[in-house]
Design a protein around this ligand. Sequence first.
Ligand code: BEZ
Ligand code: FE
Length: 293
Amino acid sequence: MSSEEQGYFTEDNSAEVVISRNADAKDARVAEVMGAITRHLHAAVKEIEPTQEEWFEAIQFLTKVGHASDDWRQEFILLSDSLGVSMLVDAINNRKPSGASESTVLGPFHVADAPELPMGSDICLDQKGEPMLVKGRIVGIDGAPISGAKIDVWQANDEGFYDVQQKGLQPDFNLRGVFRTGDDGTYHFKGVKPKCYPIPDDGPVGKLLETLGRHPFRPAHLHYILEADGFETLITHIFDPDDPYIHTDAVFGVKESLLAKFKRVEDPEDIAEAGFDGPFFEVVHDFVLAPTS
Ligand code: BEZ
Ligand code: FE
């Protein structure tokens, strides 16, 4: 129906009248997206029946989200994360074939130019925290090792902060590194046992979570980006299943297949073999990459 045929705006036909105005849109995808958003937004407003004051409060909330955002802090992404929208977009865009490792959110703390390190290196540059050895294999769906896979890892320290959140306090590139697999597809590196931490919660999103009776914590995890020729890039984490927040991640990033046991190793022979001078945590996790289609 044309915009004129829709007639004047009423409470009943509100969404249809607005959407019909887009009939001459220059970009069909934008018109499709705005059509869906308009339909669902009007339906939500009809369900909520906000007062004028409540609607203004919603506008003020979004204004604060905008004001809290800059090149370093992206409050809209935190909003998307904490509403589960980031994970939904991730799920839609990363439907993997059976057997392939699952993806999860990238998060805001990835640094593009972390140093490439020899396999086995310790990514902890300040000797703080409980030592950890992480190892595993990068394989294809057929189980064959992937040679030359790039493994980009980063993690928070034992206080739950990334180096970029504590510039001057932590060394640059602390707890980050890039590794490349050899012919056997294996990887191993040292770090420190990660801890749960809150997503940045000193802005409007943190306030919203508090109002909703929600905590801002993410369970302890390690981040990975895995890249190899002929395979889909995998952005993912591994999580500590014993973390107190494992079932209530503030950004809904946990998947069962991404749980990895953090085993405490105390045997002196194992300690010596791993090159530590005391007990350490061992994490073994393999990743299966999906082929590019
Ligand atoms: C993270 O895991 O680094 C993260 C993800 C989403 C929001 C904040 C932090
Ligand atoms: Fe993280």
